[in-house]
Design a protein around this ligand. Sequence first.
Ligand code: NCD
Length: 406
Amino acid sequence: MDIDPGFLEFESRLSRPLNLKIPDLQHGGRLRHVLFASQFNLPLLDRLGKVADRIRTIAKSREGHRFLNSLLSHKRAMLYFSQPSTRTFLSFSAACQILGIACNEVRDPATSSESKGESPLDSIRMFSSYFDLVIMRSPVSQFAECCAYMMNELEQEDRRSVPIVNAGSGKDEHPTQALLDMYTIQRAFEFRHERDSSQWSKYDEMRSKYPNVRRGIDHKIIGFCGDLRRGRTMRSLAQLLALHQEMTMIFIAPKHPSLSMPDDLKQLLMDSGVRVLEADSFETPIGGVPVIEQLDCLYMTRIQTEHNSAQDKVDFAAIDFTNYKLTRSLVQRMKEYAAILHPFPRDKEFGEIPPAVDRDPRAHYFRQARNGMWARAALLAHIFDVDGAISDYYEDYTKRKPLAPP
Ligand code: NCD
């Protein structure tokens, strides 16, 4: 995709440090545009996690479903995805449906007026004429950011302006994936179980086996494995995990300039107090113990071969990629409570997670994908200021219907 000449107009804003951009993306204490993972702080993540939990509980009953459905039935969303997507697209569209938002989509700019020479910025402005929200995925880094600045300018001129949500931009960011990943990790480390009672709880059982384990994300050892340079999901997630105390992150990737952990991200994490380690494989010993046996959480990624250069193809043929694939026997050596996540899609040819791992209780990736729907519904509820109404309904709902154990 060519860079839109309209980008030049936003150049001075695009080149600012992130902390100066964040206020431009808020409105009355709420997120208006969602572009960067670092727009989420811990209190907001906690709030969104609670709203997601409430939505999933309320949505179980027909009456609750009807209530949620009425909340934003006066809103319309455009899903503009000019890069392939299954989960992000479908979970956003399901999240919109839960809250009653009507959706429309453009998934291939070749079917829009862009094929007649219309600029992508004009396309977005047109979408904002018909819709109340634009959720967009683009191969071009910073395109969503330009769209948000364009919307801010329109607002200043008292013209129609709508929120922009980044559903994956180039190699840089995938903030809503990071949101659902954090929600999944938060839930995994609550150590809740349907059989929890006054006699037995999963947490107590884990504490008897691993006396140092604590509830919550602080103090955890997180592994990231695979394509750490071209994967935007890991980039966004690592920044949010870094908000927690005493975090250790172990990056497991081939030492190749197209795959290894980027230095700028490493520095950013170290500056936030994270203990950053790198490993060549799951067997690399750290403090005498192989990495795989130390992890509390493992975030697997696929090798994004669609971005390979001709040189990458030559170099990759000489790399032993078995070091970056899970097997059942590796998983069985992990801590019993460890959580394995993957943003998906997984690569069936490469096999970074073979289906033989799917039944292991440590496999959280299908649950993670479903969590995407609840977390994104919570985010939309926040943007449109209906999260308070959801909490009020939840209070009333749980008074009327005592909750079954979680
Ligand atoms: C990822 C993406 O598009 O960045 N997928 C996703 O949104 N769940 C990761 C990938 O394509 O490997």
